[in-house]
Design a protein around this ligand. Structure first.
Ligand code: ADP
Length: 437
């Protein structure tokens, strides 16, 4: 096929040749008139086809592309080919999008795509149902305008999405959702809402069962323990030959009582859906109290020291934090052989208050570290029992810290020692102003 420029050149060339020929055989006037008339017709045909193109572009329907003639036939053929390709790609894209939508809507979890300003870009039917959204009307609206739960808003802006967030189902007050937020590279976020009602129910049943069993066991155990203690204290009541058995019975009942107390504490914390009863805790006083308890537990067998940042406090529930932090201190003493050192530090690290306990005790192998906060996980069962452990201490610590949006960091090396740190978020860190005189 000839190039458009060649075709136009050929037309002008042929017209000029005819007109020169006419000039030679007739006159220059006739030749010029015919040349002008031919050019006018040529121009008019271009204007006509240009107008046709303009009209088609207003509502470009593939089947209605003008056919054109001459140069314009080539232009319209190229346009038709281009439009056909485009149409094909568009159809493929639409069918891929449709398949994606069908697949996404088949996922039982709700999916919401959030833009850089947390506005809703897209969501699935399950997300609409679970979170009370409507893509048709809510697209491009900030999600905080639609999910007006203040804790969810704080979670969204906090930027720490390691733990999922629990939210009530918007259309079924009995149902509980777990919200996961996954930041994407393009500053967008993917929000996943999962209905965990059944899991929560089973979990609640398990917690209730443990709490009930512990309660039921507490009374008979107290009675048995009491009798053993009374008999042990009564002169002549127990023949010397079996006194060692009585001592063993006493040790075991004490252990069981401790276990039950820890189980009750754990199930109480786990089932407590209320946020902690916040107050400003004066940490220097609390740490000094813990130092005294630690010295009593150590019975002079360890060198115990503390370094307390002045004017640094924390906001939280006093009893819960006292229990969690003293657990870390008592562990350090229990897992550090005689003559070892335990150092407590309360300091500010990048706007976050950190309570850490460092010991130069037995240390922990790396493979155990991630599992230490699981219930009853113990590196060395024998040693834990020997030192009066229940295997629930760190589990309780983790739950209490999670309730305070704090993290437990563990660094340890076998034979060198361990450092357990409770890292509090900026929002719970309290820096008191010192007024200069
Ligand atoms: P336990 O009552 O057995 O001490 P915890 O939940 O408090 O239970 O701790 C779990 C396990 O973590 C312990 O059994 C012990 O193996 C390990 N552990 C905790 N603290 C320390 C520490 N300071 N040094 C070495 N090991 C530790």
């Amino acid at each position: 096929m000839l190039d458009i420029r060649w075709k136009a050149g050929l037309f002008i060339g042929a017209l000029s040749t005819i007109c020169i020929f006419l000039w030679l055989i007739t006159s220059s006037v006739i030749a010029l008139i015919i040349f002008s008339l031919a050019l006018l017709v040529y121009l008019a045909s271009h204007i006509y086809w240009l107008h046709q193109l303009q009209s088609w572009l207003k509502t470009p329907v593939l089947q209605e592309i003008p056919e054109g003639s001459g140069l314009w036939e080539d232009v319209y053929t190229a346009l038709l080919r281009y439009e056909r390709n485009n149409h094909l790609k568009q159809t493929e894209l639409n069918s891929a999008l449709e398949r994606f939508n069908i697949t996404a809507n088949a996922i039982p979890d709700g999916l919401v795509l959030l833009g850089a300003a947390n506005e809703i870009e897209w969501c699935t039917k399950h997300a609409e149902n679970q979170l009370g959204l409507n893509l048709a009307t809510d697209q491009n609206l900030p999600i905080v305008n639609l999910i007006r739960n203040s804790h969810f808003i704080a979670y969204l802006y906090n930027g720490n999405f390691i733990e999922p967030f629990k939210l009530k189902h918007c259309r079924n007050s009995e149902a509980i959702l777990e919200i996961f937020l996954i930041p994407l590279a393009s500053k967008q976020k993917l929000l996943i809402s999962r209905d965990v009602t059944q899991i929560e129910k089973t979990d609640a049943m398990r917690r209730d069962f443990i709490a009930n069993v512990s309660h039921e066991l507490r009374t008979p155990l107290t009675v048995v323990g009491g009798f053993i203690e009374t008999l042990s204290d009564m002169e002549g009541a127990i023949p010397e030959s079996i006194r060692s058995y009585f001592n063993m019975m006493q040790d075991q009942t004490t252990r069981m009582r401790r276990l039950i107390e820890d189980l009750l504490t754990l199930s109480q914390i786990e089932s407590n859906t209320q946020p902690p009863e916040d107050m400003a805790i004066e940490m220097s006083a609390l740490i000094n109290m813990m130092l005294n308890d630690a010295k009593a537990l150590s019975q002079g067998n360890h060198k115990i020291s503390a370094e307390i940042a002045p004017n640094l406090d924390v906001i939280g529930a006093f009893d819960e934090l006292q229990s969690a932090l003293s657990n870390l201190v008592s562990n350090a003493i229990r897992y550090t052989p005689k003559g070892g050192e335990v150092h407590i530090r309360w300091q500010l690290r990048k706007d976050q208050a950190v309570f850490s306990v460092r010991d130069n005790g037995i240390g922990i192998e790396q493979q155990h570290i991630d599992r230490l906060t699981e219930r009853f996980y113990r590196v060395d069962r024998g040693r834990s029992r020997e030192t009066g452990g229940t295997g629930l201490g760190l589990s309780i610590v983790k739950h209490i810290l999670t309730r305070h949006q704090a993290k437990l960091e563990i660094v340890s090396e076998v034979g060198v020692g361990s450092t357990f740190s409770a890292v509090f978020p900026k929002a719970r860190t309290l820096q008191k102003q010192t007024i200069g005189l």
